[in-house]
Design a protein around this ligand. Sequence first.
Ligand code: 5GP
Length: 200
Amino acid sequence: MARGVLFVMSGPSGTGKGTICERLLANENNNIFLSISSTTRGIRKGEVDGVTYNYTTVENFEKMIADGEMLEYAEYNGNYYGTPRRAVADMLSSGRNVLLEIEVQGALKVKNIFPDAILMFVIPPSMKELKNRLTDRGRESEEQILKRMETAKWEFTKSPLYNHIFINDDLDECVKEVETVMRNESAKRDLVDKLISEQY
Ligand code: 5GP
């Protein structure tokens, strides 16, 4: 059985990576499994426990770390976020492609553990556009938005460590580009696995 490909999607808040991931999952042809992370942050309006995240306490999260249940975890804005090791490993070995939507520190840890993971980074067309998107969401104060803009700059400095960078100017176009890359990477992986097992 061919191994699945582990895809990782990162990008500063406001770049639309969440929407891109939703669109990728909505297309059945993509045949991907989205890993559901655990987090200690509070549930937001519109989110569903067990679907958006598995919401848990700091105590329980730290126990999961100690028990080796996290493939990676990071602290972000004062909360823990982590990827379940078992679910990801099971999906990959059953041949499914897996998508993680995680921040930069976690993505780089994943790349260390799985050097063949494909890291994808979403950027906005401009800082002005990023600020507009954060402002339009209406979720945060001006001060919090400025903090996110500074975090975004730090995240941009890490983007060269990713395999692919996508500019989310036009959402439809961007989703198509991501889908093409995922299809190509998956096809290349299948070919490599086939070559390794081929008689000559
Ligand atoms: P939010 O609180 O807005 O849902 O997520 C905050 C950040 O945490 C986002 O950049 C999101 O991609 C990231 N994140 C979500 N789950 C995980 C995870 O399991 N591990 C890591 N390292 N980051 C995550």
